[in-house]
Ligand binder design. Structure first.
Ligand code: PLP
Length: 708
């Protein structure tokens, strides 16, 4: 699972929501001003539980993976918590005479499934039903159809809740609801109430709304105002049988959740557990506070002053909750290890270095020239999600990828900036180009014609072939270039070319690059002469910028420079930026074995020991992206350990005879950030006759990603 989005806002609101639930059950402002208390507990605090549902939906049906294991785990865990909660409240149930009433068994079943066995515990079965129902709806249907169903369920719920007054006026509906209320006391449950909020959470996680913070804030304020009006009206006309459900609660949660996702900060790891414990335990604390008040004869302060009462209950719940969370943390610490915990092999991204590189680059750019971040091939193996979201947060407004599916992935991850597809896209996907608002490269005249014939308006950048002879319309094919600008369904927003030989400063390479540049300018001049207003221009990639920094275009298309490396270690460039690598590749020793002298190791017995040798097994191989023909070493505890024998698909052996104190679990560095290690990506790539671009872009997707 990819880490990273900012969940600080959600964590923070979890705690706030738990305290709001406590408010619902203690009416903190009542002794001061009943109307203020009404606003707080019957309107504002109504956000809390739907928010919890939406949060569960958000994390449960995350991205577009819908693996049932996660659902099973969620349900199992919630059942466990429910059983514990039932047991905790059993004494209070007994005290209240629960078990002396009639029709005990049907009531127990009914309460366990719908109403909750203690008054606030309905939330737990509701979570289970809400999760299961939403899950299967989204899985079987799509988002639109499943929304119709959850919205319909909510509507039924509304007329049994805040709008019961209306349903109760008509014979049929009244009878139907009366029938329903024989089965469940309220419609505020897992069937009618929870699904729509689970759906919202999941929808936000999967589709990512494109609204700005301002729009979300505006949306939230308006919805909250409407909900307040609605609640006041519903109470004024005496419509409600219960008041958990409002129409405008749904948009409120949608906008609120989006705002919370925008808040930046460190995750509060224990927020989830603490908020749940406060939720479950606070009624007990109410009893406790009352008991203390009684014993201390302080009822006039502890109970009758509603604010003091509320604060005491909150404080008691918090103290108890924190104690409990600490116990849970200790108990669960070494159990399920997360990918972030360095299980097998991982890449580590130093995002500070990325920030540093971007700043260095910006200093070197001509005025009015922007960075177009090239994040094709999973951001050269750095992982497109982590990399692009970080860059967008730093203000990069333009991205480039190689394929349309990479572009769509970016949109799904919430990248709102412009995205240029540098490579070929089947024209039959024109609808996707439009839907996701992408920029397609026009690779030649026939392609432009075919794309235009799709009759779908798309945006594009025109590529000019100035000598690379790969993609692009020939620089001297001026009539076709002019024609492309007149195509009705293609809006040309950019024009670009690509240098073939900007890596070196050898005289003939410089001359050729200059020739390419002149050809590009000749096309631009032609456009000007023909009164075609110039679209955005770009021609340099990393080496283009470093060796020809004086060129003035609207963009530079940068891959390598952002990743903080060059293709090869010894490349000398005119402009020397202080760039820092971002990615290191690490694994760990999983097994140590001693092998006698003259023993063969690995496939084909390709390596024979020359002495008694200690070998360490590393759980990585060429399927993780390390080339099979790489002959070199890795670093263990800072010491070099030579790779011996053939690199397998998933394993490799290193000689660690000379490394003292080596142990299973020791961390291994394969690609390093530190230049003194001689294990920088360009150095490794050079050793087997390649360039860093290839080495990095092949780092396998089964590696975990850790951001530091
Ligand atoms: C990959 C690519 C780039 C980025 O090149 P770097 O050398 O990594 O900066 C730029 N332009 C085009 C057309 C590319 O394909």
């Amino acid at each position: 699972m990819r880490k990273s989005k900012n969940y600080f806002g959600i964590d923070m609101f979890r705690l706030l929501a738990a305290l709001l639930v406590v408010a619902v059950h203690t009416s903190p402002l009542y002794s001061i001003n009943p109307f203020a208390d009404f606003l707080l507990t019957r309107i504002l605090a109504r956000l809390a539980v739907p928010f919890f549902f939406a949060t569960s939906g958000f994390f449960l049906v995350k991205r577009y993976s819908k693996d049932t294991v996660k659902l099973q785990m969620f349900i199992k865990k919630t059942i466990k918590i429910y059983i514990i909660s039932i047991l905790i409240y059993l004494p209070l149930n007994i005290y209240a005479g629960y078990f002396s009433k009639e029709l005990l068994l049907p009531r127990i079943i009914q309460d366990t499934v719908f109403n909750g066995t203690f008054y606030h515990l309905w939330y737990l079965p509701a979570s289970i039903f809400g999760a299961a129902i939403t899950w299967f709806l989204i899985k079987k249907l799509d988002y639109k159809k499943s929304f119709c169903i959850v919205a319909f369920l909510y509507l039924i719920g509304l007329f049994g809740d805040s709008y019961y007054g209306i349903a109760g006026q008509f014979y049929t509906t009244r009878e139907l609801y009366n029938l329903l209320f024989q089965i469940m006391y309220y419609t505020r449950n897992g069937l009618f109430f929870a699904p729509i909020f689970f759906w919202l959470g999941s929808f936000i996680a999967n589709k990512q709304s494109n609204l700005s913070v301002l729009e979300n804030t505006f949306g939230f304020c308006v919805s909250l105002l409407l909900m307040t009006t609605e609640a006041i009206a519903v109470h004024h006309f005496n419509l409600s049988r219960h008041d958990s459900m409002y129409i405008f609660l749904v948009p409120c949660i949608f906008f609120l959740f989006n705002i919370l996702l925008e808040l930046k900060g460190k995750r509060i790891a224990w927020a989830r557990d603490l908020s749940l414990i406060i939720y479950i335990i606070h009624p007990f604390m109410i009893v406790l506070v009352r008991l203390c008040a009684h014993i201390l004869k302080l009822e006039w302060l502890f109970v009758e002053n509603s604010i003091v009462h509320y604060l005491l209950v909150c404080a008691a719940s918090l103290v108890f909750g924190l104690l409990f969370v600490n116990i849970i943390c200790k108990y669960t610490k070494n159990r399920a290890a997360k990918p972030q915990q360095k299980c097998r092999a991982w890449i580590e991204l130093n995002l500070d270095n990325l920030t540093h590189n971007l700043n260095e680059i910006k200093k070197a750019l001509p005025a009015n020239c922007q960075v177009m971040a090239v994040v094709k091939a999973e951001a050269y193996g750095h992982r497109i999600f982590e990399f692009s979201t970080h860059l967008e947060a730093l203000g990069v407004k333009s991205f480039a990828v190689a394929t349309i599916d990479e572009a769509i992935l970016l949109r799904r991850f919430g990248i709102n900036s412009e995205i240029l597809i540098l490579g070929y896209t089947d024209v039959r996907r024109a609808a996707d180009l439009k839907r996701y608002n992408l920029l397609q490269t026009i690779i030649d005249f026939d392609y432009a014609k075919a794309l235009n014939q799709q009759n779908i308006p798309v945006k594009a950048h025109l590529k000019i072939d100035t000598g690379m002879h790969r993609l692009g319309v020939n620089f001297d094919d001026l009539t076709h270039i002019k024609d492309i600008f007149s195509f009705k369904n293609i809006k040309i927003l950019g024009i670009y070319s690509h240098f073939s030989s900007s890596e070196t400063l050898a005289a003939e390479d410089v001359a050729f690059t200059q020739l390419q540049l002149n050809r590009f300018y000749s096309v631009l001049n032609f456009l000007k002469q023909n009164n075609i207003s110039l679209p955005k221009t770009h021609i340099q990639s990393t080496y283009g910028l470093l060796n020809y920094p004086q060129i003035e275009c609207n963009y530079v298309r940068l891959g390598l420079a952002l990743y903080g490396i060059l293709s090869l270690p010894d490349d000398k460039t005119k402009l020397q930026l202080n760039l820092k690598p971002v990615l290191s590749f690490k694994s760990k020793v999983v097994l140590l074995r001693n092998v006698a002298k003259d023993e063969a190791v690995g496939y084909d017995r390709a390596f024979v020991t020359e002495r008694d040798t200690k070998l360490a097994m590393l759980p990585i191989g060429y399927a993780d992206g390390l080339p099979r023909n790489f002959v070199g070493y890795v670093l263990i505890n800072g010491s070099p350990a030579p790779i011996v024998g053939r690199i397998c698909m998933d394993q490799l052996s290193v000689d660690v005879t000379d490394i003292p104190n080596i142990a299973v679990g020791d961390e291994v560095e394969i690609i390093s950030l530190k230049s003194e290690s001689n294990l920088l990506a360009p150095q490794i790539a050079k050793q087997y006759g390649s360039i860093s671009n290839e080495l990095l872009s092949r780092l396998g997707m089964r590696l975990d990603v850790l951001t530091i």
